[in-house]
Design a protein around this ligand. Structure first.
Ligand code: ASP
Length: 343
C-alpha cells in the first residue's frame, strides 16, 4: 500500500535566516525567499512534500506587529486542511512574541506550528540556519497513527524544541538564543530525535480550529527599577487609551511599598486599568503575599502572572482584550492556563 507523504508548509516572514549582506552599507537585509530554498538542496532529501509561501515583504522581526501575526494566522487558517504541519521562518528578535501570540490566536490547534530562524544568515559558512530549518521540518512531520504528534505552537532553535509561549530570547550572539526557564523542552535533537511526550499539550479529540485575529494593543509593560519616580509612574498609569499594564516586579512579585506607589496604583485600578504582576526574573514565579512587599498588590486584586513570560503575558492580554472578555472575568481567565503558558 502506498503511504501518503506528509505535507509541510514553510511560511517565510524574514529575519536573518533569509538575509544577505548589502556590501555597500555592510547591513544585513532581507532577500527573495526562492533563494533560501536553493541554498538548502538537502531539503529535497526529506521524505515529505515541502511547499513554501512568503509574506509579501519579508521583514526584520523588529518590525513585526499584530497585523503580521494576523497574516500568518490567515495563511495557517486557509491552508490548514491542505498540510500536516507548518514551519514559520521568523527573525529571532521578536520570535517569542509572535509565537506566543499565535499560540493564543490558534484555538484548538491539532497540528504543529514551529517557529524557527537563525543567528547567522543561510549563506554563511558557519550558519545555524540549515540545522534549525531541516530539524523543524522533520519535527513538524512526525506522525503517529496518521495524526501529528506535536499539536501546538513551538520554537525550535539549536537542538531544542520548546513550547512557544514559554520562551524568551536570552542571547544576541550565541546559537543557543532561546530559553524556556519555567518549562522543560518538548524535544531534543541529537543523534536521535527525542520527543518528550509527557511535556506535550495533550488533546482528547480534535476540535475545529478557531482563529482569533482581533488583538487589542491598548496594553503596556513597565519594568520597575530602584529610583522610579512618582511622576514617571503616574504618567504611565494615566497614559491615554491604556487598558492593561504589565508591571515587571522584583523577584517573587515584589514592589515598593511607598505610599505614592500604592495610592497611584489604587486610583488607576479604580478607573478600570487592568494590572498584571509578572516577575522581571527570567525564571521562577510570582507568589503574591509571600513577602510584605507584595501584600499591597494582593490586596488590590492585581492579576497574578505566576510563572508566565512577559512575551506570553503581553500577547495574552492583547488576545483577551481583543476577544472582549469582560472586566469582571479577565482576572480569572488570565490566571488560567489557556495554552500551557503558565502553571
Ligand atoms: N534582526 C533579526 C530579526 O529578528 C535577527 C534574527 O533574525 O535573528 O529579524
Amino acid at each position: 500500500m502506498e503511504t501518503k507523504k506528509t505535507r509541510i508548509l514553510l511560511i517565510y516572514t524574514g529575519g536573518t535566516i533569509g538575509m544577505v549582506k548589502d556590501y555597500d552599507t555592510g547591513n544585513l537585509k532581507a532577500f527573495n525567499f526562492k533563494k533560501l530554498l536553493s541554498n538548502i538542496p538537502e531539503l529535497h532529501q526529506l521524505d515529505c512534500v515541502i511547499e513554501t509561501i512568503s509574506l509579501d515583504e519579508p521583514i526584520d522581526s523588529s518590525n513585526m506587529d499584530p497585523g503580521h501575526w494576523g497574516k500568518i494566522a490567515s495563511v495557517i487558517e486557509d491552508q490548514y486542511d491542505a498540510y500536516d504541519g507548518f514551519v514559520v521562518l521568523h527573525g529571532s528578535d521578536t520570535m517569542s512574541y509572535s509565537a506566543s501570540a499565535l499560540s493564543f490566536m490558534l484555538e484548538n490547534l491539532s497540528k504543529p506550528v514551529i517557529f524557527t530562524g537563525s543567528q547567522l544568515p543561510i549563506g554563511d559558512l558557519r550558519t545555524d540556519a540549515k540545522e534549525n530549518l531541516i530539524t523543524s521540518i522533520q519535527i513538524a512531520a512526525v506522525q503517529e497513527r496518521g495524526r501529528p504528534v506535536i499539536q501546538e505552537v513551538c520554537v525550535y532553535f539549536e537542538y531544542k524544541l520548546f513550547r512557544a509561549n514559554r520562551t524568551t530570547k536570552i542571547n544576541a550572539e550565541h546559537f543557543e538564543a532561546f530559553q524556556s526557564l519555567n518549562y522543560p523542552p518538548l524535544a531534543e535533537s541529537g543523534v536521535h530525535l527525542k520527543i518528550y511526550r509527557e511535556n506535550l499539550l495533550s488533546r482528547s479529540r480534535p476540535k475545529k480550529l478557531k482563529v482569533h485575529k482581533l488583538l487589542d494593543t491598548s496594553v503596556g509593560i513597565l519594568k520597575l527599577f530602584p529610583g522610579i519616580t512618582e511622576s514617571f509612574f503616574k504618567n504611565i498609569l494615566e497614559c491615554e487609551g491604556l487598558k492593561a499594564l504589565i508591571i515587571e516586579t522584583y523577584g517573587a512579585g515584589n514592589a515598593p511599598t511607598y505610599d505614592w506607589f500604592t495610592t497611584n496604583l489604587k486610583n488607576a485600578i479604580k478607573t478600570g486599568l487592568i494590572i498584571v504582576n509578572v516577575t522581571q526574573c527570567s525564571g521562577g514565579s510570582v507568589i503574591m503575599g509571600k513577602y510584605e512587599t507584595s501584600q499591597q498588590l494582593k490586596k488590590l486584586q492585581i492579576i497574578n502572572g505566576k510563572d508566565i513570560t512577559t512575551e506570553a503575558a503581553i500577547t495574552k492580554l492583547m488576545y483577551l482584550l481583543g476577544s472582549n472578555v469582560s472586566s469582571g472575568s479577565i482576572k480569572t481567565i488570565f490566571e488560567t492556563s489557556l495554552r500551557g503558558e503558565m502553571k
